[in-house]
Design a protein around this ligand. Structure first.
Ligand code: M6R
Length: 362
């Protein structure tokens, strides 16, 4: 049931505030973060290997920053179809973590089975709790996104990020990297996030306007640094998936190493850049784009919009949140941008050509 929305995707984007709120209450207690039994012995983890496909892979790439920064755990992230055939060595102390909305993705399941008997623990982050991946894991963490019908993953992505961030925070606490006050501050910021999501969704008109312009392009680039780099990849995937516009994402710092050759007035560049610790670096990349006639669509916060100057083509202003939470928040404008571009193109948003919701064959 689309609940009055034109598409499941629109409904699933719009319900993210309430879905996130439910997902948070499944894990947050008065005093901390409660994981399902049997939990995990975070002190013993020497290495985390994360494996997934598509959007779930981008959730893993984001979580790498959190696990490294917050919990001090070395992390490797891989695409399931590469991992399974490369058969990488799994050293003692390794926890293998698989992320899959459906829990049935063939490559991810095969990668999980490869790790059975080799990794210390098999953990999964899934939406479908009865799925094969959940059943074959030592610990399965539900993301509590509710059924996702649209082929383009939206609320499952933000809920994957949420579950992974909570796991990283729990690891940080067990490893003595965050004290009680620090954890509580974080929990407060998370509890406030559904309300912040609502503010972001209220920017729909501005985002739709930018999307209609972007929809005229044949190629679009997405740029981001740090936590915004995986989100740039996700934004580009979303756009190509449902609007069929060719989109590529690069880490901003890679621009000079090749992709800058593509820049001209016909290639819009979506820059994801909250005013965080890396903002100034991204702005200088953005200026390189503008100096070559590139049209920048900047997704930032009020401070970022002010600092970016007036030559920016389109600015989408997000509310401010602490740096670690920006991937969850900035996912919303990225999704809306793709959605409205697809509407402008008149494509089948919920059932894009050639794609299946669950890829159960490799
Ligand atoms: O069910 P899974 O999370 O394992 O699916 C992984 C990908 O197939 C999926 O995220 C795909 O990339 C989406 N269509 C992206 O919107």
């Amino acid at each position: 049931d689309k609940a009055g929305y034109k598409h499941f995707m629109a409904k699933e984007i719009a319900e993210q505030p309430s879905v996130l709120s439910g997902a948070l209450s499944a894990y947050l207690t008065e005093t901390g973060i409660a994981l399902p039994e049997p939990g995990l012995d975070f002190d013993k983890i020497e290495r985390l290997v994360m494996v997934a496909c598509g959007t779930a892979f981008y959730a893993c790439l984001t979580a790498k920053y959190w696990f490294e920064r917050l919990a001090g755990i070395p992390v490797e992230v891989d695409i399931a179809s590469e991992f399974r055939y490369r058969e990488p060595p799994i050293t003692p102390g390794t926890v293998a973590l698989f992320v899959s909305q459906s829990g049935e993705t063939a490559d991810t399941l095969a990668a999980l089975r490869y790790c059975q008997g080799k990794a210390d623990k098999i953990v999964s982050v899934i939406n479908v709790e009865t799925s094969s991946i959940a059943r074959e894991s030592d610990l399965a963490l539900p993301i509590h996104a509710g059924a996702e019908i649209g082929v383009a993953s939206t609320k499952a992505f933000t809920c994957q990020l949420n579950a992974l961030l909570l796991l990283a925070l729990k690891a940080a606490q067990s490893r003595g990297r965050i004290d009680d006050d620090g954890l509580h501050e974080f929990m407060e910021a998370l509890r406030a996030l559904p309300g912040v999501f609502n503010i972001a969704l209220d920017r729909d008109e501005v985002i739709a306007k930018a999307a209609r312009q972007i929809a005229e392009a044949r190629d679009v680039l997405f740029l981001g640094r740090g936590l915004m780099y995986p989100l740039a990849l996700e934004g580009a995937l979303k756009l190509k998936e449902i609007s069929y516009i060719h989109a590529e994402a690069y880490a901003s710092g890679e621009l000079k190493h090749g992709p800058i050759a593509l820049i001209d007035k016909n290639v819009p560049v979506v820059v994801l850049a909250p005013r965080d610790s890396l903002f100034d670096k991204t702005v200088s990349n953005m200026q390189e784009v503008m100096a070559r006639g590139g049209k920048v669509c900047l997704i930032t916060d009020a401070a970022g919009a002010k600092a970016a100057g007036e030559d920016v083509w389109q600015t989408i202003v997000m509310p401010e949140v602490r740096e670690e939470l920006t991937p969850l928040l900035y996912a919303l404008p990225a999704q809306l941008l793709a959605y409205h571009a697809a509407i402008a193109k008149g494509t089948d948003v919920d059932q894009p050509r050639n794609l299946a919701k669950s890829v159960t064959v490799e």
